[in-house]
Design a binder for this molecule. Structure first.
Ligand code: NAP
Ligand code: MG
Length: 475
């Protein structure tokens, strides 16, 4: 008998107003996790109203006091790491080392924005002598945050910490199947002193309550992380209300290795770049563009390191059954279109059985940038190797994508590193690393990967609106 998860609204656990429920699944075992309510439009309304009621208090809490509360949430995340790890592991099946990193990183978001609460101040503007003109950055009021299932706690913290630091109140909707850590985060935040109603979590599926959240008249900004299709839908609804939006969508990131690169490091980081979280990372480096002179050696090294990933140890499962099926479809398509498996592949995956939604990590060689496997985001442990002959071709191939989230360049030539970095169409470019990017570095996309920035100072500013105040002392 699994226990029943509830919404977190107005500082306490709340049952859903509807009776519809489903069971969560542990992707590592296929077994049940928690009994999930299917939140209703009424639940959304109650969460938004609670956020709105709390907003007038929270936005006027002295900034340092807001910062102290955020720091207390960071401490609560660390001191409750065991419980967070347990629920996140049940919902996602991830290896412990990754969970530990995600929990620590989530606490770091609250630490970082706790320290920045005084940052969104304004400017004094010199107009005419008998005027004092200045700007203020103010919260929106109620912000809706919609997160995916790949890094549930981490994505919630990434958006909630700056939104709260800026003085907004929040309605958070995690992906239905991995809601537990978000509800626990809100409970910990309440216990740490966050006033009731400032952070609310609604448990429910996007198809049932997503539109109601975005369209709610009291919601004044939406931050969405997820797929392109849902991002476009939210964009249309937000346009009707003329509210701002941050969209963090998918990627098909190019990882470019030139002939002069340190191949040992490039191979190691390239494998980390496509296999972290079993590839269920929007910034995964899934297109390995390699110069023909080092192709054979790099591919051999990458394949060898890829084979060292063991399910249940340093490799987690696909987090949903749907994702597992989707990745298998992509393997079939890749091979029908002529991609050559170096390790893994469709047959290797069919041969493996056992519980859990695990996928054998797969490296495809001989990929043409026009193939489906090079164009669409797989969101699984699959790497496409594409060969190039010169720098121009590498840049052209990298930019020949609908997405523009991340890119990396591996070279010993500093001039080339600068030149290529500037030409790449991506929101962030790594040189001689596949950085997991710090909380301080702005993160976001170009093209179909989205717009707006999370993380860093820009992340905080995106949860504020600018007001100009002009005071005359002429009369
Ligand atoms: P998804 O289907 O777009 O879901 C993301 C979130 O949106 C979930 O909470 C989902 O709820 C909700 N949702 C679904 N339909 C909705 C609607 N009509 N209105 C409002 N919300 C709705 O994405 P996913 O398949 O879960 O996640 C994988 C995708 O996310 C990949 O494409 C990946 O690249 C992207 N992603 C991007 C980033 C980034 O930072 N750029 C980070 C992680 C993931 P339910 O799940 O409950 O239906
Ligand atoms: Mg989905």
């Amino acid at each position: 008998m699994t226990h029943e998860l509830q919404h977190w609204i107005n500082g306490s656990a709340q049952a859903s107003s509807g009776s519809d429920r489903s069971s969560g699944t542990n992707p590592a075992t296929g077994g049940p996790t928690v009994d999930l309510p299917r939140g209703t439009v009424d639940d959304v309304d109650s969460a938004v109203r609670s956020a709105q009621a709390a907003s007038s208090g929270w936005r006027y809490v002295a900034s340092l006091e807001r910062g102290r509360t955020l720091a207390a949430i960071a401490a609560a995340i660390r001191s409750n790491a065991d419980e967070l790890r347990e629920v996140e592991k049940a919902d996602t099946g991830k290896p412990d080392a990754l969970l530990d990193w995600e929990i620590e990183n989530s606490a770091t978001y609250f630490d970082y924005y706790a320290a920045l609460v005084n940052l969104p101040v304004g400017d004094v503007i010199d107009t005419v002598p008998e005027e004092h003109a200045f700007t203020r950055r103010e919260p929106f009021g109620v912000v809706a945050i919609v997160t995916p299932w790949n890094l549930p706690l981490n994505q919630a913290a990434r958006a909630c910490a700056p939104a709260l630091a800026a003085g907004n109140s929040v309605v958070l909707k995690p992906a239905h199947t991995s809601s537990q850590s978000s509800v626990l985060l809100a409970r910990l935040a309440s216990a740490a002193g966050l006033p009731d109603g400032v952070l609310n979590v609604v448990v429910g599926s996007g198809s049932a309550i997503g539109d109601a959240i975005v369209s709610h008249p009291l919601v004044r900004k939406v931050a969405f992380t997820g797929s392109v299709g849902v991002g476009q839908r939210i964009g249309r609804l937000a346009a009707e209300k003329v509210i701002p939006l941050t969209l963090e969508l998918g990627g098909k990131s190019a990882n470019i290795v030139f002939g002069d690169a340190d191949l040992e490091v490039a191979a190691r980081e390239s494998v980390r770049g496509f296999l972290t979280n079993a590839g269920q990372v929007c910034s995964a480096g899934t297109r390995l563009l390699v110069h023909s002179s080092v192709h054979d050696e790099l591919v051999a090294r990458v394949a060898e390191l890829t084979r060292q990933h063991v399910r249940g140890e340093n490799l987690g499962p696909m987090i949903t059954r749907d994702q597992f099926d989707l990745v298998h479809q992509y393997l079939g398509t890749a091979e029908r279109e002529g991609a050559v498996p170096v390790t893994g592949g469709e047959a290797a995956n069919r041969a493996v059985s056992g519980p859990g939604f695990y996928v054998e990590p797969t490296v495809y060689d001989g990929v043409d940038n026009g193939m489906t496997i090079a164009r669409e985001e797989v969101f699984g442990p699959v790497l496409s190797v594409i060969t190039f002959e010169d720098e121009d071709e590498a840049v052209r191939l990298a930019n020949d994508s609908d997405f523009g989230l991340v890119a990396a360049v591996w070279t010993a030539d500093i001039s080339r590193a600068f030149r290529v970095s500037r030409q790449l169409e991506a929101g962030q470019v790594f040189v001689n690393t596949w950085s997991t990017a710090s909380v301080q570095t702005p993160f976001g996309g170009q093209k179909l990967s989205g717009y707006g920035r999370e993380k860093g100072i820009e992340g905080l500013l995106s949860y504020t609106q600018l007001k100009s105040i002009i005071i005359s002392y002429a009369h």
